[in-house]
Write a protein of this length. Structure first.
Ligand SMILES: Nc1ncnc2c1ncn2[C@@H]1O[C@H](COP(=O)(O)OP(=O)(O)OP(=O)(O)O)[C@@H](O)[C@H]1O
Ligand SMILES: [Mg+2]
Length: 492
């Protein structure tokens, strides 16, 4: 009887303390809502939590700003920060406002020592604390100065009995929703590599070889003149890629895809890349190969790219001597075998050979095998026939897309876009002329652009026809160099 009374008494005190904790939680939330919580309140909050822990132990999970000693910003930290800023920021009295990159908006987050409650599930309240630890002692220098900044962290408190729910359901949800907030707030960027002297630092401690601007190119597939079926095929290919995480994993392939865009100047290769980036919602990394000092630097550039990006090397034939250079050097090496010369050894006298073909191949193969996924690599060239076959073989450049002179389908698209017409008496003449002469979509678009307020569809079309006729006269044979209409495209 006595024992039963003791247990009952213990239970009773447990229930009372739990009730105090719950009551305090409610009071605290209301104080916050009324903006009456104070420094003292925060301390009481902690004491109540300690008191409650006597009967119902709580646990905590700490999410730090940096991953271990790798000096890399923790993704989980960013996700929690984004989640809290979106879901709970209204309940926080003191917030830190940071300038969002490249916009006028501010990103709000909790200042140190701020706490906020969140509902993990019905009847399950958890508490987030924002805080920081003093920096480790260092001996100056840039890294030292950066390291002197406090290391921030978020700590999540929850009761022992909610452990499974918090770890298995709530935290994954927080990360997922945080990621969604980050995607929503994310502005796409166009990165470019700059010379090493100007290497910049990103907001973490990571040294960056890239500088960036906000990517705001207006070109989309809706405004890209192309034979409709070809355009559809490319868009479906991109869809398959974007949604192909599982299928790539199933067949054991890295989640990467290579595109080679080739064709004469002004046929829309760069426009196509912008349309792809807008369609996929990816960043663009535009590599200027001639600014890369060595194969090692090329590798560093690659390592600092992120997923959901298009890595672009424009005019690949001009950036590197890839026009059978490997073969020439192989011959030279055979002749000069005594020196043990390597076929792809860079020629120090030739500044264009700072990055070699083999360096570039390693770069692409690295892309294919190393780090995370979801990267497209796009090469453009005006002279596909000059490229080393090794560079464009299947597995490196998976899809070859020919961007060609303007065909009738592309013209109709442009006429609709620029003049808002689907047919006109001059269309047959334009069709006949386009089958005879080569004119790029860029030139057709320029001719269709009204030059004065007096211009209309009729005058613009006449201007185009007369331009095409002039070209036909300049080209006595009239043939189109065996070029078929529109844009051809094939998988290699
Ligand atoms: N198919 C197209 N549809 C719509 N606009 C086009 C098309 N092709 C070219 N243009 C327009 O013409 C201009 C030049 O095109 P772009 O820079 O994409 O050519 P390019 O193929 O990259 O040329 P280069 O080989 O010289 O780099 C751009 O303003 C682009 O918007
Ligand atoms: Mg271009």
């Amino acid at each position: 009887m006595m024992e039963a009374a003791a247990v009952w008494g213990g239970l009773n005190s447990g229930v009372v303390l739990s009730l105090i904790a719950v009551l305090w939680t409610v009071v605290w939330q209301n104080l916050q809502r009324l903006q009456l919580h104070t420094y003292v309140g925060r301390h009481m909050n902690r004491h109540v939590r300690r008191l409650a822990a006597l009967v119902d132990p709580y646990h905590s999970v700490t999410i730090t700003e940096y991953d271990g000693g790798r000096m890399k910003r923790s993704e989980a930290f960013e996700e929690v920060k984004a989640y809290l800023s979106a879901s709970c920021a209204r309940d926080v009295r003191n917030v830190r406002a940071e300038a969002a990159k490249d916009t006028d908006k501010l990103v709000l987050s909790m200042v140190d020592s701020e706490e906020v409650f969140d509902v993990a599930a019905e009847g399950v309240t958890v508490c987030w604390l924002a805080d920081s630890t003093p920096p480790p002692r260092t001996d100056g220098g840039y890294w030292g100065r950066r390291a002197q900044e406090n290391r921030r962290f978020y700590r999540l408190f929850f009761l022992d009995r909610h452990r499974d729910l918090v770890i298995n359901t709530y935290l994954p949800r927080v990360r997922k929703q945080g990621r969604a907030v980050m995607v929503k707030n994310r502005q796409r960027k166009l990165f470019t590599n700059i010379s090493n002297e100007n290497w910049s630092y990103d907001e973490g401690l990571t040294r960056s070889a890239w500088s960036h601007v906000v990517f705001e190119h207006p070109k989309t597939f809706d405004t890209l003149a192309m034979e409709p079926s070809k355009k559809k095929e490319i868009m479906e290919d991109l869809n398959m890629f974007k949604n192909g995480k599982e299928s790539y994993a199933r067949v054991g392939k890295a989640w990467k895809r290579g595109y080679l865009l080739y064709g004469p100047p002004g046929t829309g290769k760069s426009a196509m890349i912008a349309a792809m980036a807008n369609y996929l919602d990816y960043d663009i990394y535009d590599i200027e190969l001639t600014s890369v000092n060595s194969n090692t630097d090329l590798r560093k550039l690659f390592i600092q790219t992120t997923s959901k990006s298009i890595i672009v090397i424009e005019d690949i034939d001009c950036s590197l001597d890839l026009t059978g250079a490997r073969k020439k050097k192989e011959v030279a090496a055979d002749e000069d075998n005594k020196d043990g010369a390597r076929p792809d050894k860079p020629d120090k006298k030739d500044p264009s050979s700072k990055v070699t073909l083999s360096g570039l191949l390693n770069f692409i193969d690295g892309l294919w095998s190393a780090c995370g996924g979801e990267r497209l690599i796009v090469f453009t060239t005006n002279h596909v026939e000059k490229l080393d076959p090794a560079l464009i073989r299947r597995g490196r450049m998976d899809k070859h897309i020919e961007m060609s002179y303007c065909g009738f389908e592309a013209f109709k698209f442009l006429a609709n876009m620029y003049l808002q017409i689907d047919s006109h008496e001059l269309f047959p003449a334009v069709q006949a002329l386009l089958s005879q002469v080569e004119m790029t979509p860029a030139d057709v678009a320029e001719n269709l652009t009204p030059k004065s307020t007096d211009d209309n569809a009729d005058s613009s079309l006449r201007a185009l026809v007369s331009e095409l006729e002039k070209k036909a006269e300049d080209k006595p044979n009239g043939a189109k160099n065996g070029q078929e209409e529109g844009e051809a495209e094939h998988d290699s």
